[in-house]
Design a protein around this ligand. Structure first.
Ligand code: AN0
Ligand code: CP
Length: 315
């Protein structure tokens, strides 16, 4: 695997999930694979899980790790070509990415959606610039429209918990007052569509994900109907794709409560975290025996380590 930017970089989801499970059982089996190599983690946005789990994964592979927060620790970067740089941005991505590629053997990059210009976000300007100019493999630590490290951890978790060959997996929109990116929901949809699970997406009208993401997935606008008999409830808020970046409703009836979970077949509650308790999910659900959120976050180490292992193997 050359890069881990989106699903196009992955030939077999099943093999990668199995590698993640295998690494979890024996974390240090490739301890010398990354010896004397350096990974640089570049953050344009905040992070708890991604920041620490990716460092841990790199350490398990014997790598050295350097972390940089863009903006506070570095210069503000320009991404547009052909501009006269007479405003606040002091350095162009063409130099910045190429220079980071001189210091690091692999780069991880987090750069969220701006949520104002849909075309710009869906062109993945930041991640694609790193792919073009860094000259080293790039790992997506959540870009404008995708979060593959999260989705791989999600599938590892479902594989660990599923009791049926073909579990019913429901991706549900939950309310939030701030516009959030579509990246987690987009990637989860794409990755689950590459499995043989039964996927249902439920969201209010106006919140359908991009057609090229949801493809032929079943979308229902009645949450109770979607939850019937579900084995996994994957909750996430996202802002509208159609009315790009807008919050169209904050309807509290879409939050995950014990009553909603009672509609499922003893389903597990999943969320990528961070999650706002009380707003998106009741304490009784997230603290309950069928909450998978901590296991899911723990599995972020094995997803990052699986991706990194494949990249180091093909250097
Ligand atoms: C981010 C998002 O929704 O994309 C990161 C999730 C992993 N969440 C927030 O900004 C709260
Ligand atoms: N789920 C996730 O990516 O969390 P962080 O934003 O804390 O990294």
């Amino acid at each position: 695997m050359k890069h881990f930017i989106n699903l196009d970089d992955v030939s077999s989801v099943e093999t990668l999930v199995n590698l993640g499970l295998n690494l979890k059982a024996n974390p240090l089996q490739y301890q010398s694979l990354g010896k004397d190599l350096t990974i640089g983690l570049v953050f344009f946005n905040s992070s708890l899980r991604t920041r620490i789990s990716t460092q841990k994964a790199a350490l398990n592979l014997g790598m050295n790790v350097i972390v940089m927060n863009v903006g506070s620790d570095s210069w503000q970067l320009e991404f547009e070509d052909g501009v006269v740089m007479d405003q606040g941005k002091a350095e162009h991505i063409r130099e910045a990415a190429a220079v980071l590629g001189q210091y690091c053997d692999v780069l991880g990059v987090r750069a969220f959606a701006g949520l104002t210009d849909r075309d710009e976000d869906y062109r993945e300007v930041v991640l694609e610039s790193f792919r073009r100019f860094a000259g080293v493999p790039v790992i997506n630590l959540e870009s404008a429209t995708r979060h593959p490290c999260q989705s791989l951890a999600d599938l590892i978790t479902i594989e660990e918990l599923k009791t049926k060959e073909k579990p019913k997996v429901v991706l549900t929109w939950v309310p939030h007052f701030k516009p959030l990116p579509q990246a987690v929901a987009n990637s989860f949809t794409e990755w689950v569509l590459r499995t043989d699970y039964d996927l249902v997406i439920t969201n209010p009208e106006g919140y359908d994900l991009a057609p090229e993401i949801r493809k032929n997935a079943r979308v229902v606008h009645n949450q109770d109907e979607a939850f019937a008999g579900a084995d996994f409830i994957y909750a996430k808020n996202w802002s509208s794709y159609e009315s790009y970046g807008k919050v169209l409703t904050q309807d509290p009836s879409w939050a995950i409560t014990p009553e909603k979970m009672a509609l499922t077949d003893s389903g597990y509650f999943m969320h990528c975290l961070p999650v706002r308790r009380g707003l998106k999910v009741s304490d009784a659900v997230i603290d309950g025996t069928h909450s998978a959120v901590i296991q899911q976050a723990g599995n972020r180490v094995w997803s990052a380590q699986a991706a990194l292992t494949r990249i180091l193997e093909s250097r």
